[in-house]
Design a protein around this ligand. Structure first.
Ligand code: UD1
Ligand code: UDP
Length: 360
C-alpha cells in the first residue's frame, strides 16, 4: 500500500508530524508532497528540521496568491503527481487551500482521501477555512474526527457512519511528544528576557482579522491596553501576513513586543509558561487548552467550541473593551479543565486505520 501525505502550511506540518512518525515506525510505503503554500524558513523548513521529518519528495512551490490562483496551482500540481505515483490513499490535515485542493485532485482521480481533523465547523462562511473544511470533508472517504462533537456534525451532514472515526486530535500527540524537549531546552524565556507567568502571548494572522483595519486596529488597541493595565510584556510572534497588513494600514501598536515567527519548541515553551494566551489561531486555541493555559480568542466564533465548553477559552471578538474584559474573566478562573482532544495517540490510530491494522 502506498500513502501520499500532502501538506503545505505550518499547522499541517506540525499536526501531520505524529502521523508521519507512525508511518515510519510501521515501515509503511509513503511519500510527502509539499504544496509550497508556506515557503519562508520560519513557516516551513524549521518545522521539518526540528520535528525531524523526512524531506518532501515533491514541492510544488505554489507560493502565495489569490485564493483561486493558489488553489488552482495546487490542484494542477497535485493531480499530475498523483497520476504518476498512483497512491492508494491521500492524507490531508486541516482546512487550508492546500488541503482542499489536494483532496479535490485526489477524489476526481478516484483515490480515497483521509481527512485528519474532520468535522470542525465555525458556521461562518466568510472564512476561507470554513469553505475548505466543508468541501474537504465531503471529498473524503476516511473522516478522522478529533472529538465526538465533530463526529456528530459529520453524521448530521449525511456522512456514512462507517467513514467517521473519532481519533483525538494529532496536536495532542505533537504537544506530548515535544513539550518535555521544549522545556528542557530552557533558554527560550531567558533569551527574550521573560519570566514564567509574567507575560501574555499573542498570535493573530487570520484573514478576517488582519486584512480588515476595522478589526485589526481595535484588536491591537485591546492588546496595547492589556500591556499597560497589567504592566506585563505582550509578546507577538508575527505571521508575515499580519506584518504586511500592519504596514499597509499604518498600524503601530505602542506596547507590543513584535518578534519573528518562532520555531515549534520555543513557541510551545512560551505557551506553557504564559500567564494567558490571546489568539485567532485554531491550533493555538487547542494547545492552550491542552497545556491548561487560559485563552482569549480574538474571533466572534470558533470551530473548537470544546475549548469554550470546558472553560479553557472565551470569545472576545475584535472590540478592545471586550478583549480587556475577557482577559479579566479568564484570569479569575481555575485552570482545572480536562483536555477534550484525546490521549495523544491520534497519529497511531489514524495510521492503523488506513493501513488496515485496525478497524473503526
Ligand atoms: C494560511 C491558511 C490559514 C492558516 C495559516 C497558517 C488558507 C486559506 N489559509 O493562511 O487557514 O491558519 O495558513 O499559518 O489556506 N507569506 C510569507 N511566507 C510564507 C507564506 C506566506 O511571507 O511562507 C505571506 C505572503 O505575503 C502571503 C501571506 O503571507 O500573501 C498569506 O499567505 P497564505 O498562504 O495565502 O495564507 P496564510 O495567511 O498563511
Ligand atoms: N506556531 C509556531 N510558532 C509561532 C506561532 C505558532 O510554531 O510563532 C505553531 C503553534 O504551536 C501551532 C501552529 O503553529 O501548532 C498553529 O499554526 P497557525 O496559527 O499558523 O495556523 P492555524 O492553527 O490557525 O491554522
Amino acid at each position: 500500500m502506498k500513502i501520499a501525505v500532502i501538506l503545505g502550511t505550518r499547522p499541517e506540518i506540525i499536526k501531520m508530524s505524529p502521523v508521519i512518525r507512525q508511518l515510519e515506525n510501521q515501515g509503511e510505503t509513503y511519500f510527502i508532497l509539499h504544496t509550497g503554500q508556506h515557503y519562508s524558513y520560519s513557516l516551513d523548513k524549521v518545522f521539518f528540521e526540528q520535528l525531524k521529518l523526512p524531506h518532501a519528495k515533491y514541492n510544488l512551490e505554489a507560493g502565495s496568491g489569490s485564493h483561486a490562483e493558489q488553489t488552482a496551482k495546487i490542484l494542477i500540481g497535485v493531480e499530475s503527481i498523483l497520476r504518476d505515483e498512483k497512491p492508494h490513499i491521500v492524507l490531508v490535515e486541516g482546512d487550508t487551500n492546500s488541503v482542499f485542493a489536494a483532496a479535490l485532485a485526489a477524489v476526481k482521480l478516484h483515490i480515497p482521501v483521509g481527512h485528519v481533523e474532520a468535522g470542525l465547523r465555525s458556521y461562518d462562511r466568510q472564512m476561507p477555512e470554513e469553505i475548505n473544511r466543508i468541501l474537504t470533508d465531503h471529498c473524503s472517504d476516511y473522516l478522522f474526527a478529533p472529538t465526538p462533537r465533530a463526529r456528530q456534525i459529520l453524521i448530521g451532514e449525511g456522512m456514512p457512519r462507517e467513514k467517521v472515526f473519532v481519533t483525538g486530535n494529532t496536536i495532542v500527540d505533537a504537544v506530548y511528544q515535544n513539550l518535555e524537549i521544549a522545556v528542557e531546552l530552557g533558554s527560550s524565556l531567558a533569551k527574550l528576557q521573560l519570566h514564567p507567568r509574567k507575560y501574555f502571548l499573542v498570535t493573530l494572522h487570520r484573514q478576517e482579522n488582519v486584512d480588515n483595519p476595522a478589526r485589526f486596529a481595535p484588536i491591537l488597541e485591546g492588546l496595547d491596553r492589556i500591556a499597560s493595565e497589567f504592566n506585563l510584556p505582550v509578546i507577538y510572534p508575527i505571521h508575515p501576513r499580519a506584518r504586511k497588513m500592519m504596514a499597509q494600514f499604518g498600524l503601530e501598536p505602542r506596547s507590543l513586543t513584535l518578534i519573528e515567527p518562532l520555531d515549534f519548541l520555543t513557541f510551545l515553551h512560551l505557551e506553557n509558561d504564559a500567564r494567558l494566551i490571546l489568539t485567532d489561531s485554531g491550533g493555538v486555541q487547542e494547545e492552550a487548552c491542552i497545556l491548561k493555559i487560559p485563552c482569549v480568542t480574538l474571533r466572534d466564533n470558533t470551530e473548537r467550541p470544546e475549548t469554550v465548553d470546558v472553560g479553557a477559552n472565551i470569545l472576545a471578538g475584535a472590540s478592545s473593551q471586550k478583549i480587556v474584559e475577557c482577559v479579566n474573566i479568564m484570569l479569575e478562573r481555575e485552570y482545572n479543565w480536562t483536555n477534550p482532544f484525546g490521549d495523544g495517540k491520534a497519529g497511531e490510530r489514524i495510521t492503523r486505520i488506513i493501513t488496515g491494522a485496525e478497524h473503526g
